[in-house]
Each structure stands twice: as C-alpha cells, then as structure tokens.
Design a binder for this molecule. Structure first.
Ligand SMILES: *Cc1c(COP(=O)(O)O)cnc(C)c1O
Length: 397
C-alpha cells in the first residue's frame, strides 16, 4: 500500500491553494530543487563536458524511460525520453505509417488533443503520398477500424471530458483489421494503471509534466513495442538516434531498438527535475492510486451536483470509464474558473464550456476536496463569477 500522507509531504504546495490542475502541470517535488542545484553546480559547474560520461547524462533518457515503463506496463528497454509530446506523436506516426506502406488512413477521434491531429496533418503534407486523417466521434472509433486503416492515433483519456478508451479492446480490434495502434498517454501516465504490453499496443507516447510532476516543459516519452523496435524507422533521424553517434559517419544508420527514437541532445537540467519526481513514483502502487483517485472524484461529483444544479457533468458517470479528472459544462465556465482561481481553487478551462478538475492522490486529501466543493458551491450559488475581472481572457486558460 502507498502512504498518501507521506507522498503529500514530498511536494511543495503553496499556502492557501487547493490544486486541482495536476492533470495540466504537476506541482514541484521538494527534492527537485536540490537535485536541480546538484545538476547545475556539481555536474554542469564542476564536470563541464565530462558530465556526459561521469554524471550519466547520456544514459538518462533510457534510465528514466525504464522508470516510466513500470508505470505504463512497458518492458525494460522499450521507453526513451526526449523532445516534446507533439514531436513524439510525429515520430510514432511516421514509423507506424512506414510499417503499413499500402494503407492510407490514420484514424483518430474528435476528442483527441488538437496537437496530435495537427502533427498528423503536417506529416501527411510532408509525406505527400495521399494519406487521410479520418476523425470520428470517440464512441464510433471501434466501428471505424476498417482494413483501410494503417494506424489508430488515440488518446486514452479525453483531455476535455476524461472519457477513457478501452485500450485493450480497441488494440485487439485494430490488430484484427491489420492496423497498428498509437496510444497517447498524456492523461494516463501517473493517473491510472496502464498496461501497454498487456494491451498489445504498438506505440505509446506521453508527457511527464502533467500527472508525473516533471516540471514545465519536462521531456516526453515514447514506447515502441519490442517486436517493432528494430523495424520502426525514425523519421526524425538525429545523431543521437544513430547506431554510432560518435563515429560521426556521413550517412544515417538507425540505432538498436528504442535508441533510434532519440533525436538530439537531451535536456539534462529538465531530466534532473524529472528524476526527483520519479523518485516519488517508484514507491507508488498504481492500484491504490486508482482506488483513491476514484474515491476523491466521486466525492467531488456528488458534492458539486448536490450544490450546483447549473453545472452539467461532462465526464462519464461510471468511474471505470473515466480517467483521473472530472469536468463540468457551464456557459460561463471561463469566468467561473477565474473566480475559483481567485479564491485559491485552481482548475482550468477548456473551450468552449468545460471546467476541468484533476484528482491527484499523491497530494490531494479528502479535506481538500471538501473545501473545493464549498468554494465551487459559493461561486456558483452567489454568481461570484459575474465580475468583469473574471471575464478577461489570459493567453493560457
Ligand atoms: C498535453 C498534451 C499534449 C501536449 O504536447 P506538448 O508537445 O507536450 O506540448 C499533446 N497531446 C495530448 C493528448 C496532450 O494531452
């Protein structure tokens, strides 16, 4: 079992704030500050370029990849860190399309995060071989997996509603139709138990700054199923994915296995913060985390629905079909979220009308959820959102 009071103590949580946005940017692990300082002073400062060997910087993308691998059910040596999630989506998609050269359809759903769809559009344009991005409603994905489909590009947990796809079922269906699967785990890794190997996923990608608490701009990860690892061609053929980067050969030869999914120089300082975040995850039982995430989410839904008839639940009511977030629809959702943030309850807003709240058992207690319910009830019942200050739009919502 995991002691969630103990994990809470490992985070810096600002005074007077109830943080329900760990699904967008996890809070600061206390140990990250000292780890970062060590990386700067003892490693960069003292070792200079010898840090690549002496401090293990070069091995970090694989070593941290294995620690994330445990959280997503991936075999050791099948996950590597680097770049951003958008870039990893592009890489996985390019590799998958190359493995299905006679098919032309990329299947995704309208609940997918726009960047995933944009990257697919850009890749289609760059390839210029007549590929099609076919976007259907989330509940129509299974039916839409036909023998035209080269690859499905799906995000397991819908960023707006929290709706959870059946990864194992859809993967089996894709394989039966001869298609490959890419699973985006942006809202899954660190949010619920994931078993990419058990589901038979071909590729998986995700970010580390949301539930994993790696810090703003922390590197993304990519998993390639070991059965594809030596066949998947990396479209972004950078020198650190080369079989022998320091041979400085003129022509590209992909490295062995997951190594080829590296591109260029890893962000060593960002990796240091992520390392401290993963120290916390190493001790967490994902089953216990899921049970607590459901308990906290159910408490929030019941409390908010009882007090706020003007809010409509946008997330599936069945917790087994939700990730670790709860969303409500409200016409003035942006202003309502600003009013909550002004009162120390931080969630976020996703256009057009979604108020989104993340539940992160590592540092959220039942008492926090109860206090958040009271603040939501007050803001909604007293129309406290109806204030010009709360209608002003910021760049990040
Ligand atoms: C958060 C998120 C992204 C963000 O991509 P970055 O390149 O890290 O900015 C992409 N896809 C999904 C599904 C996300 O939830």
């Amino acid at each position: 079992m995991t002691d969630f009071d103990a994990t809470r103590a490992l985070f810096h949580l600002p005074e007077g704030v109830i943080y329900l946005d760990g699904n967008s940017l996890g809070p600061l692990p206390r140990a990250a500050t000292a780890r970062m300082q060590r990386a700067m002073q003892d490693e960069w400062g003292e070792m200079l370029i010898t840090g690549w060997n002496r401090a293990g910087w070069m091995a970090q993308p694989r070593a941290l990849g294995d620690r994330i691998g445990r959280l997503i059910g991936a075999a050791p040596g099948s996950v590597v860190l680097g770049d951003t999630l958008s870039v990893k989506v592009y890489q996985a998609l390019a590799a998958a399309l190359a493995l299905r050269p006679d098919r032309r359809v990329i299947l995704s759903d309208s609940g997918n995060f726009p960047s995933d769809l944009y990257m697919a559009e850009g890749l289609i344009r760059a390839l210029d071989r007549g590929h099609e991005l076919r976007v259907v409603a989330p509940e129509e994905v299974a039916e839409a997996i036909t023998d035209e489909v080269a690859v499905t590009l799906l995000t397991e947990v819908d960023y707006r509603t929290g709706r959870l796809h059946d990864m194992a079922g859809l993967t089996a269906r894709a394989h039966a139709a001869g298609a490959l699967t890419i699973w985006d785990l942006a809202h899954s890794a660190g949010a619920l138990p994931v078993d990419v190997a058990g589901a038979g996923a071909d590729f998986a990608v995700g970010c580390t700054y949301k539930y994993l608490n790696g810090g703003p701009g922390a590197p993304a990860f990519i998993h390639v199923a070991p059965r594809h690892a030596d066949a998947a061609f990396p479209a972004l053929s950078g020198w650190l994915g080369h079989d022998a980067p320091f041979a400085f050969e003129q022509a590209y030869r992909p490295g062995a296995g997951i190594e080829r999914m590296r591109v260029g120089t890893p962000p060593v300082l960002a990796m240091a913060a992520l390392e401290a975040a993963l120290d916390i995850w190493d001790g967490v039982d994902m089953g216990a985390l899921r049970a607590r995430s459901i308990a906290l989410s159910e408490m929030f839904i019941a409390g908010v629905e009882a007090a706020c008839p003007m809010l409509t639940l946008a997330s599936p009511r069945d917790p087994a079909r939700r990730g670790s977030q709860v969303s409500f629809r409200f016409g003035h959702g942006y202003a309502a979220m600003q009013a909550l943030i002004a009162r120390g309850v931080i969630g976020d807003f996703r256009a057009p009308d979604i108020m989104r709240f993340g539940f992160t058992p590592l540092y959220l207690r039942e008492s926090d959820v109860q206090a958040a319910i009271r603040t939501v009830a007050q803001v909604m019942q007293e129309n406290l959102w109806d204030d010009p200050a709360h209608h002003r739009r910021h760049a990040v919502t």
